[in-house]
Design a protein around this ligand. Sequence first.
Ligand code: G3I
Length: 302
Amino acid sequence: AETLGASAAENGRYFGAAIAPNFLGEEGYSSTLNAEFNSIVAENAMKWDATEPSPGQFTFTGGDQLVALAQEQNMEVRGHTLVWHAQQPAWVQGLTGQALHDAMTEHIAGVAGHYQGEITSWDVVNEAFEWDGSRRQSNLQTQLGDGWIEDAFRAADAADPDAKLCYNDYGTDGVNAKSDAIYDMVVDFQARGVPIDCVGFQTHLSSDSDLSSYQENLQRFGDLGVDVEITELDVGGSGSAQADVYRTVTEACLNVDRCTGITVWGITDKYSWRGEETPLLFDGNYQKKEAYEAVLDALNAA
Ligand code: G3I
């Protein structure tokens, strides 16, 4: 097919982008989104600081706008993210013990409940592990202990039983200590009946990233019976080196049955969080880059 979304769909997959509602008024931004992608995720609009700026006071304006657009355009919506150590509102950062636990579960109930039935998969917990596989010593971890992750998944399952529930992280682009720790967590959750359906691999890469065990890593998670999703793909660099990395990641997803789709972390280089690294598929003028052609070719070759 002629577009990323249509070509991914021919392989039973989605191709999505992270979106900021404030750019939707820009013609190139909206037209590229609508033409090329069949899934969206909010880059920031569904995070804790955006959705619950004061305790129990929920604001869904940006997220609702994205969900409405997705429904109008027949796109899937990923949810990002219910619980994370970053982008917590100030009032959460000061909480301790049971008050923090209650705030977390009430936040999940409020947000996942609001979007119940509208989200294909939720990043329930984001970035809870360190490179060495130990738990990140966030306020959640130090205040609540190891059980906070499973408590978050149980709360999300109660709020939206039909959404797939994902654990999402970066630096998991191969078999390594961090992906091992996440793998062990999935095995443990499955053994104890804690709901988990998917693992998100953010896949923030550079042109020289080592992808020698990228596909093998996705496959071992798929073999556990969870979906795997490429959730925040971007690749610093340019030209054929950048295109090659994009192609490798796309092929890896297509080669793994349980890889349900790919999301790039933005549309255009000009609004990327890594802007100077020009990591996306469209340049600042919404022109298709060599990386775009590599991804499209890979999707159509499968
Ligand atoms: O909304 C305010 C705006 O009111 C203010 O004028 C402006 C001035 O700095 O800041 C705006 O907030 C910024 C927000 O992006 C929206 O642009 C924050 O400062 C900035 O920190 C925030 O950055 C986001 C970052 O997460 C926060 O950690 C990036 O856009 C977003 O791409 C990035 O996404 C994360 C994923 O959620 C998780 N994985 C890694 C990924 C990249 O860091």
